[in-house]
Design a protein. Structure first.
Ligand SMILES: C[S@@+](CC[C@H](N)C(=O)[O-])C[C@H]1O[C@@H](n2cnc3c(N)ncnc32)[C@H](O)[C@@H]1O
Length: 216
């Protein structure tokens, strides 16, 4: 088997994993579901970006974040996800508001965007990239796509969280290890911890970091 076919099979499996999860569960049943993503909203508002800023929720799934940002007045919003089922679920719950949002289905480790964004938001996506090569590709995409002085808000499992999320292994980060991973072109502006309660009552500790691009 060529290296190319090995990686295509891996990507397909990753996509079908997520499609299956979103087909089998309602948004409220998902372990990472948040009715009100308070810390994310606070960090986004703290960037002081205007309502016309271009904001992308990478691996946004069926999160309520975009709907809540739209209700606040932000109007250049994009949701990106590998899973068509996830995007479909999000569109259903937004009903007619879905037409005001841009939706992109793709793999963040390889997608080529045709525009730049002022804010790249990622909750619980980067931490699934357990291979150094995939992290490198993600960061290449980020660096290509984030505007000069753009903001990068990322949330991952912290070292005290379980080693798996959605049945898949994850890399757990502190603000320091994230800074090391993403490089010195990004300055850490703020970090927050969150004890997320899953629908089954378990608590998972997340680390949230707000980075600002300083060069590149
Ligand atoms: C744990 S969920 C988090 C969803 C959302 N960010 C939230 O906080 O509710 C991870 C999401 O990342 C998406 N995802 C996983 N790997 C991806 C990839 N390589 N490219 C784009 N999206 C991906 C999944 O489909 C899923 O929606």
């Amino acid at each position: 088997m060529s290296i190319f076919s090995f990686f295509s099979i891996f990507r397909k499996n990753n996509k079908s994993h997520w499609d299956k999860i979103y087909s089998a569960h309602s948004s409220e049943q998902l372990g990472w579901h948040q009715e009100y993503p308070e810390i994310s909203l606070e960090l986004i508002v703290d960037t002081k970006l205007g309502f016309d800023a271009h904001i992308i929720d990478v691996g946004g799934g069926s999160s309520r974040l975009t709907e809540l940002l739209f209700e606040k007045g932000y109007h250049n919003l994009t949701v990106f996800d590998i899973s068509r089922q996830a995007l479909h679920a999000a569109q259903q719950s937004l009903a007619e508001k879905a037409e005001e949002i841009a939706w992109i289905e793709g793999d963040i480790t390889s997608y080529i965007f045709d525009q730049q964004y002022d804010l790249w938001y990622d909750r619980a996506v980067f931490h699934f990239l357990t291979k150094a090569d995939d992290r490198l590709k993600y960061l290449e995409t980020l660096n290509r796509t984030l505007s000069t002085n753009g903001h990068f808000i990322i949330s991952t499992f912290s070292p005290e969280a379980p080693p798996k999320c959605s049945g898949l292994p994850v890399v757990r980060y502190t603000p320091e290890s994230l800074q090391k991973e993403i490089g010195s072109e990004f300055e850490l502006i703020n970090s927050r911890d969150e004890f997320h309660q899953t629908p089954t009552g378990t608590k998972q500790k997340f680390t949230y970091c707000h980075f600002k691009r300083t060069s590149g």
